[in-house]
Design a protein around this ligand. Structure first.
Ligand SMILES: Cc1cc2nc3c(=O)[nH]c(=O)nc-3n(C[C@H](O)[C@H](O)[C@H](O)COP(=O)(O)OP(=O)(O)OC[C@H]3O[C@@H](n4cnc5c(N)ncnc54)[C@H](O)[C@@H]3O)c2cc1C
Length: 378
């Protein structure tokens, strides 16, 4: 019999767009890369479910498609209308935070919210997750730094949302519409210094944190537990990394940069060591003191934006079974299940019924065709 040669039809490879930093795996039916707002309007008006994607650094699976078209906004990266006097700039959603900071540097300005994923995360992703980060004590979350946003709805219509309406989109993790552009508030760039403070006990960590929070020039208080400290080649003690927007820190220039680089290495080192699930409960400082023994008893490494009570306990695959117990304790202590990463796919089961109701109402009102990020958050 004659050999019949089948001409192989190469299938498009979607796999890089079927995951995010949570490492959950989904399924994309197509990937679209809009370059303009008109492209987004056309894509949003298609008769398909859409997963919105920025830099893909989310840690809860928000950008992981569930048999949807992926709308990847990374090519929408224009920065326009810098107003130096008013300290404002307009950006498209796909602008990466570090690229924005590099653009602003010659003008002595910067965007003040600083998540550790700054080299990859996009402004659209930061707005959608209401990102926080290491300078939360001084600058809070992303929502504080927005003048207006422009969004595209499921009919492909564009609208501008000002101060009173942005809460339908900020922190909604892309479930209510596509954020395509934003006007951001900026601050003057600061000369910064830092101090590394070793601590003998969690009580001492809390005591120093309370004192430092009273100082006006403190812009960052990051906590490292003993285990993480030793992985960063520090002494086997607890540590606080404290940043000052003044000369108060003893680490300046290169030494300051080295300490900040060390801090940014925490996530990659944990991933390398097999701690792949990074959680983000938030609680008051005195509750942090009560929570830490549970983490230490279960050998779960923890770092934290301790000034605002956002903890990052890091679970290995084998330890993930402990997460429901942690959530119970967090709730009992009056804490929140997520301080900055959002709900996505991973934390849906832990959301409080009242919060779910509010989120469902916003989704119903804004995404009337049930198109965006289906199966996420609610
Ligand atoms: C190493 C590392 C460090 C991190 N550090 C921090 C930190 O310090 N603070 C913090 O808050 N988070 C942190 N994160 C989490 C993450 O980086 C942030 O949530 C970030 O804001 C996500 O941006 P992104 O562009 O990567 O969004 P993606 O991961 O692509 O998307 C995140 C969510 O936003 C939605 N979305 C994205 N773009 C849009 C848009 N234009 N319109 C509507 N919805 C959209 C997506 O659908 C998804 O639900 C960290 C993550 C990593 C991997």
């Amino acid at each position: 019999m004659k050999n019949i040669k089948h001409k192989s039809i190469s299938k498009p490879v979607f796999s890089p767009y079927e995951i995010d930093a949570s490492q959950l795996k989904g399924k994309a039916t197509n990937v679209i890369f809009p370059k303009t707002i008109s492209d987004v309007k056309a894509a949003a008006a298609l008769n398909s479910r859409i997963t919105i994607r920025g830099g893909g650094t989310g840690l809860v699976g928000g950008a992981v498609p569930q048999n949807d078209v992926v709308l990847d906004l990374s090519k929408m990266d224009k920065i326009t209308n810098l107003d130096i006097e008013r300290r404002a700039v307009d950006v498209e959603a796909g602008v990466v935070l570090d690229e924005l900071q590099a653009y602003l540097m010659p003008y002595g300005l910067e965007f003040p919210v600083n998540p550790s994923s700054h080299s990859v995360c996009t402004i659209g992703g930061m707005i959608a997750t209401n990102a926080v980060g290491s300078r939360a004590i001084k600058y809070g979350d992303t929502s504080r730094w927005i003048n207006w946003i422009e969004v595209v709805d499921s009919y492909g219509a564009l609208s501008k949302k000002g101060a009173t309406e942005i809460s339908d989109y900020v922190g909604m993790e892309g479930t209510s519409g596509v954020i395509v552009r934003a006007s951001l508030k900026l601050v003057h760039r600061k000369e910064r210094t830092a101090r590394l403070i070793p601590c003998d006990s969690i009580e001492q960590v809390a005591e120093f944190t309370r004192e430092l929070k009273r100082e006006k020039e403190v812009s960052m208080i990051e906590f490292l537990d003993k285990q993480i400290s030793s992985w960063l080649d520090l002494d086997n003690q607890y540590h606080l990394i404290v940043e000052f927007e003044s000369e108060d820190g003893d680490l300046k220039d290169v030494e300051y940069e080295e300490l900040m680089d060390k801090r940014d290495k925490v996530y990659p080192i944990l991933a390398q060591k097999g701690y792949v699930r990074i959680e983000d409960p938030q609680m008051m400082l005195d509750r942090f003191e009560r929570m830490m023994p549970w983490f230490e008893h279960n050998q779960i490494p923890v770092f934290a934006h301790v000034s605002v009570g956002i903890l990052h306990p890091c679970f290995s695959k084998e330890q993930e079974k402990l997460i429901p117990e942690m959530m119970k304790i967090v709730k009992k202590l009056g804490g929140k299940i997520s301080g900055e990463h959002g709900i996505g796919l991973l934390k849906k089961d832990f959301i409080e019924p009242n919060d779910r109701k509010i989120l469902i109402n916003i989704k119903k009102r804004c995404d009337t065709q049930n198109k965006f990020n289906m199966g996420k958050v609610v």
